[in-house]
Design a protein around this ligand. Structure first.
Ligand code: F6R
Length: 609
């Protein structure tokens, strides 16, 4: 997730920009750059790597000027390198822009601009915005920005500067954060409050569709039709650490709440809501290629492995290909049966997990075609896989994975629909139904996350227990595995997930009075059987918390309590059913006083075997 900083005032811009960008480092980045108005000319300085690399590059020759914008980039389109770093300029260098988000239609726009003679220097989606500014320039900064906004689709915070009107910065946003800081004879722009609180605490938050013209003396906000908007200024009273977490107590909670955006971003460019179809422009697979695949392996570790289990259900049921899911550390040593008709999908948030990488190399050695599903552009998994599907969850800082998991299962569902259509195993009407359902998910997830009081109460009630069990069948079982892992890793409560039908083959012996059992019941084809299993544990006096769809009265009759999730398709249900489990784990860990973001003995990225 990129960081944006802007300054206009009476002091030198560059030192503030560098300082502000350093306050956004926690968001994760792979390159950095600034643009400063030096006299009447914009000077651009950018490079790959940490901020120190940029500081070293300009040491002794800092850009001089009191207006500037800066950016830390988390790569989405194009690998991390100097050319792909922001700010981006048009061919004349008179327009510069920094961007956070994804310009969905950049390829079409880029082709049109190239035809008109624009020369592109980077692989980014952002560069089209700078060229569009030049192309649509009508002699008025605000009016040209509005014309650009009418052309682009996607999600963004954008900040513009131009040599034609050097005493202004213009910024706007859609689905990405942007705040304005108000000073005396100076004003500030940032993607996040930590970047500016050393200089001002008077801020306002930009809303989608608003366009702010920022000068040293004031800030003027309007909508695309020119209607003025008056903003409510508030005074930030967070300390710097709280500001990094966006006001949340922990990164994990912040990341749980970032899921609507992570899901929306991961669907961008893939889910077409109008035609209700799925596309993967980065794969361009053909029906012939897909017909030649007779087996898929999904290989990963931990939470990513659990996403792989969900992926198996999707690919087998929608695309009718046999799928094996393997723990990477097992796969690499078990001589898997692989040939040129095998597709090996490795899933990894970081793209650097040692066992997953070794498994990927083993699969390649044995002749499989490989696909990496990862959240980090330019990571080892991305570099070494034949093809890559990125999840766009943004950097995940808490050790316990949350938004990476939901975007991984989303990627697997989109992939299964795509492959199912290519193989002719999934009918058009059913595919449309699923895509329609996917389009509703960000809002449904948002809604669910707004009503968590009941979950907090349960978590506090059961935080002192020693053991907990998670039950489900089919996709609910796959989600149960992830729920148990979350609870174990951050609250240190012993938790086990079972396929509900398997319980009576041994584990039922552990179910005694008062043991909390979380039963997931979202899968219609096995629903009745799950309810029977629920009754079995209830008969042993377990305390049963069920998770089911809104309006399910049957669960209410049998369980002690029910957590409802919005009604959706059975294949989409995992995207929602996992949320209460993440929150249960979070609030249980909080009640037990655990170090939520950094659980004992665990590391975010396991780069050793
Ligand atoms: C658990 C968790 C880990 C990771 C696992 C793989 O919350 O985060 O189980 O899922 O270490 O990491 P990646 O996805 O980076 O390969």
């Amino acid at each position: 997730m990129c960081g944006i900083v802007g300054y206009i005032g009476k002091e030198q811009a560059a030192p503030f920009l560098l300082d502000g960008m350093s306050k956004l480092e926690y968001r994760g980045y792979d390159s950095a750059g600034i643009a400063v108005m030096e006299g009447a000319k914009i000077r651009l300085e950018k490079c790959v790597g940490r901020l120190e690399a940029l500081r070293a590059k300009i040491a002794g020759d800092m850009p001089v000027g009191t207006i500037g914008i800066g950016h830390t980039r988390w790569a989405t389109h194009g690998r991390p390198c100097d050319r792909n770093s922001h700010p981006h300029a048009d061919s004349s260098g008179k327009f510069v822009v920094v961007h956070n988000g994804i310009i969905e239609n950049y390829l079409v726009l880029k082709e049109q601009l190239i035809e008109k003679g624009h020369v592109f220097l980077s692989e980014t989606d952002t560069e089209v915005v700078a060229h569009l500014m030049a192309d649509l320039w009508d002699g008025d900064f605000e009016s040209t920005v509005k014309k650009v906004l009418k052309e682009i689709k996607g999600s963004y915070s954008l900040v513009f500067m131009t040599e034609y009107e050097p005493k202004k910065i213009i910024c706007t946003k859609k689905d990405n954060p942007l705040v304005i800081g108000l000073g005396e004879g100076e004003n500030f722009i940032a993607s996040d409050i930590p970047a500016i609180i050393s200089r001002t605490r008077r801020t306002f938050i930009m809303s989608d569709g608003e366009i702010a013209t920022v000068s040293a003396d004031g800030v003027w906000v309007q909508d695309i039709n020119g209607t003025p908007i008056s903003k409510k200024v508030f005074v930030v009273n967070w300390n710097a650490e709280a500001a990094e977490k966006g006001g949340f107590e922990h990164f994990m909670l912040k990341e749980i709440y970032e899921q609507p955006k992570a899901i929306r971003d991961t669907m961008t460019g893939r889910v077409d809501k109008e035609t209700e179809t799925i596309a993967f422009p980065e794969l361009n697979w053909t029906p012939e290629m897909m017909a030649s695949i007779n087996k898929i392996f999904i290989v990963a570790c931990g939470t990513a492995y659990h996403a792989g289990i969900v992926g198996k259900y999707y690919l087998e049921q929608l695309a009718r290909v046999p799928v094996e899911v393997d723990i990477a550390s097992e796969f690499r040593y078990r001589s898997p049966l692989i040939d040129g008709n095998t597709l090996c999908i490795v899933i990894s948030q970081s793209g650097e997990t040692s066992d997953t990488l070794a498994a990927l190399r083993e699969a390649k050695k044995l002749g499989a075609r490989t696909l990496g599903v990862t959240n980090v552009v330019g990571s080892a998994v991305a570099r070494e896989s034949d093809q890559v599907v990125y999840t766009y969850a943004g950097p995940e800082i808490a050790v316990a994975s949350t938004k990476a998991y939901t975007t991984q299962i989303l990627a697997m569902l989109m992939l299964a629909i795509y492959v199912g259509r290519l193989r002719g195993t999934l009918g058009e009407a059913r595919a449309k139904e699923l895509v329609h359902g996917l389009g509703l998910v960000p809002e449904q997830v948002h809604e669910l996350l707004e009503n968590v009081d009941q979950i907090k109460v349960f978590a506090r009630q059961y935080a002192s227990c020693e053991d907990a069990f998670f039950l489900g069948r089919s996709l609910d079982y796959a989600v149960a595995l992830e729920g148990a892992l979350k609870l174990k890793e951050i609250s240190y409560i012993h938790a086990e997930a079972y396929a509900a039908g398997e319980l009576k083959h041994g584990t039922l012996a552990l179910i005694v009075e008062g043991v909390p059992v979380i039963v997931l019941a979202t899968q219609s084809d096995v629903y009745d059987k799950t309810v029977s299993n629920l009754q079995e544990v209830k008969a042993r006096e377990a305390v049963v918390i069920a998770i089911g769809f809104v309006g399910d009265e049957v669960l209410k009759q049998h369980a002690d309590s029910v957590i409802y999730i919005p009604k959706t398709d059975k294949y989409i249900a995992p995207l929602m059913a996992v949320l209460p489990l993440q929150l249960l784990a979070y609030y249980a860990a909080l009640t037990r006083g655990c170090d939520v973001d950094k659980p004992r003995n665990l590391a975010k990225s396991v780069t050793v075997e």
